[in-house]
Design a binder for this molecule. Structure first.
Ligand code: HEC
Ligand code: HEC
Length: 360
C-alpha cells in the first residue's frame, strides 16, 4: 500500500525497488533470503525498475531463477546473438525487434531460410506478469519457452539441444560467463534461465493512459482518448478480457479468428484437450499496441481501426465463439475514440539498446 501511494505521487518517474522485497511471489518469499545468500547465480541482485502503472507485487519470478546483474546481461547477449541458430543468421531479436516493441511487423514470424511460422510474433513486454507463454499458452514458463525456438525448424533450426549446447561451449567467452553466473559450462538449463531473466526486465508502463488514470495528468491524453477509456471499460466491453494493469485476464478466448477461412488453428485446445478451448487464444496485453501491428494470432489486421471494426461486428460466428463477444453498435466517433485510447498505451521500460559486442 505504501508503495502504491509513493507511486501515485510521482507519476512522471520510474520507480525502483528491490525485487527481493516486492516481486517474489508469496510462495517463494520465504526462500528469498536463502536464494540470495547462496549466491550461486551471479553476483549482485538485479534491481528491477517498475514503470508507473504496473503492479510491482504481481510479478512472477521463479524461486530457482532470481534476477542477478550478470545473469540478465548474459541473457541479453544470448537473446541478440545470431549464433544460437543453425547457420548464424537468426537471433531471438530477429523476430522480437526492440524498436517494434519486440515484434517484427510481419503477418507471421519469418525464421531460418526465410520459412514462415504459422502465427504472428508476440511482443515480449511485461512477460514478468505471465506464466503461460505463446498464443495457446503451451509453455508454462518463460524458461520453458526460451529454448523452444532454438530447435524448431521454422525458427532457429538447430538439429538438437545437445548441438546448441556444444556449439556455445566452443565460445570461450560464453563458457566464462556461464561459469560466473551458474558455476558450470554452458547448459540448456542455464541458457533458459538467463534468457528468461533478461525477458523479465523488459517492461512497459508509465504511458499517458497510466498517468491520466492513476494520477489525473491530462496533457498527452486527449479528450478523444478519455472518451475511448470510458468506452473501453463500458459500452465496448474490452475490459471483459483486457483487464487489469497489463490489459489481460491471462485467459483464453475464441473470437472466431480463422473461422472465416479454410484452415482452423484449434489454439488452446491443443494444450488442454477441452472442447471449450477450441479456437481459443491467450488475451494479449495491449501495452505498446500501436507499435506491434499486424494484429491477432494470424496477423490478419494491419491497423487498430480494422481491429475495432472486427469487435464492433461481435467477432466471427462459429460454434465455439466466446459468449463475451457481442455486436457493439459503435458510432464512427466511438470507434475513433477507442483507437485513440489504445494509442495512449505506449510507455517506457522496454527500450533497450542491443549489445555492442558478443562473447568470443
Ligand atoms: C522466426 C521468428 C522468431 C524467433 C527467431 C523467435 N521467436 Fe519468439 N515468437 C515468435 C512467434 C511467431 C511467436 C508466437 C508463437 C506461437 O504462439 O505459436 C513467439 C512467441 C514468443 C514468446 C511468447 C510471448 C507471449 O506473450 O506469450 C516469447 C516469450 C518468445 N517468443 C521469446 C523468444 C525467444 C527467447 C527467442 C529466442 C530463443 C525467440 N522468441 C525466437 C517468433 C519468433
Ligand atoms: C472475449 C474476450 C475479449 C474481448 C471482449 C476483447 N478482446 Fe481483444 N483480444 C482477445 C483475444 C483472445 C485476442 C487474441 C485473439 C486471437 O488472435 O485469436 C485479442 C486481441 C486483441 C488485439 C490484437 C492484439 C495483438 O497483439 O495482436 C487488440 C488490439 C484487441 N484485442 C483490442 C480489443 C478491444 C479494443 C476490445 C474492445 C472493443 C477487445 N479487444 C475486446 C480477447 C478479447
Amino acid at each position: 500500500m505504501a508503495q502504491r501511494l509513493a507511486l501515485r505521487t510521482r507519476p512522471g518517474r520510474l520507480v525502483c525497488m528491490l525485487i527481493g522485497l516486492f516481486l517474489l511471489p508469496a510462495d517463494s518469499r520465504a526462500t528469498a533470503e536463502g536464494t540470495a545468500a547462496s549466491g550461486k547465480q551471479g553476483s549482485a541482485p538485479y534491481t528491477l525498475t517498475i514503470p508507473f502503472g504496473l503492479d510491482a507485487a504481481a510479478g512472477y519470478i521463479p524461486a530457482d531463477n532470481p534476477l542477478t546483474q550478470d545473469k540478465v546481461e548474459l541473457g541479453k547477449l544470448l537473446f541478440f546473438d545470431t549464433r544460437l541458430s543453425q547457420n548464424n543468421t537468426v537471433a531471438c531479436a530477429s523476430c522480437h525487434i526492440p524498436q517494434l516493441a519486440w515484434t517484427d511487423g510481419q503477418q507471421v514470424g519469418i525464421g531460418i531460410h526465410r520459412q514462415p511460422a504459422t502465427r504472428n510474433t508476440q511482443t515480449i513486454v511485461n512477460r514478468l506478469y505471465s506464466q503461460a507463454q505463446l498464443w495457446h499458452g503451451k509453455s508454462s514458463s518463460l524458461e520453458a519457452q526460451a529454448i523452444n525456438p532454438i530447435h524448431k525448424p521454422v525458427r532457429m533450426g538447430m538439429p538438437s539441444y545437445e548441438a546448441e549446447v556444444a556449439k556455445l561451449n566452443e565460445i570461450a567467452g560464453y563458457r566464462a560467463r556461464f561459469r560466473k553466473v551458474f558455476g558450470t559450462d554452458v547448459t540448456l538449463d542455464g541458457l533458459a534461465k538467463a534468457i528468461a531473466a533478461f525477458e523479465r526486465t523488459i517492461l512497459s508502463g508509465n504511458s499517458p493512459a497510466d498517468r491520466f488514470d492513476m494520477a489525473g495528468e491530462e496533457h498527452a491524453f486527449s479528450e478523444s482518448a478519455q472518451r475511448g477509456l470510458a468506452l473501453f471499460q463500458g459500452k465496448a466491453r474490452c475490459t471483459r478480457c483486457h483487464s487489469g494493469f497489463n490489459f489481460t485476464d491471462e485467459k483464453f478466448h475464441n473470437l472466431g479468428i480463422d473461422w472465416d477461412g479454410d484452415q482452423i488453428d484449434v489454439g488452446r485446445y491443443k494444450v488442454s484437450q477441452d472442447p471449450d478451448d477450441i479456437g481459443a487464444f491467450k488475451t494479449p496485453t495491449l501495452r505498446e499496441i500501436s507499435l506491434t501491428a499486424p494484429y491477432m494470432h494470424d496477423g490478419r489486421f494491419a491497423t487498430l481501426e480494422e481491429v475495432v471494426e472486427f469487435y464492433d461486428k461481435g467477432g466471427i460466428q462459429n460454434p465455439h465463439l466466446s459468449n463475451l463477444m457481442v455486436p457493439l453498435s459503435l458510432t464512427g466517433q466511438e470507434k475513433a475514440d477507442l483507437v485513440e485510447y489504445m494509442r495512449a498505451l505506449n510507455g517506457e521500460g522496454w527500450q533497450v539498446a542491443p549489445p555492442v559486442e558478443f562473447p568470443k
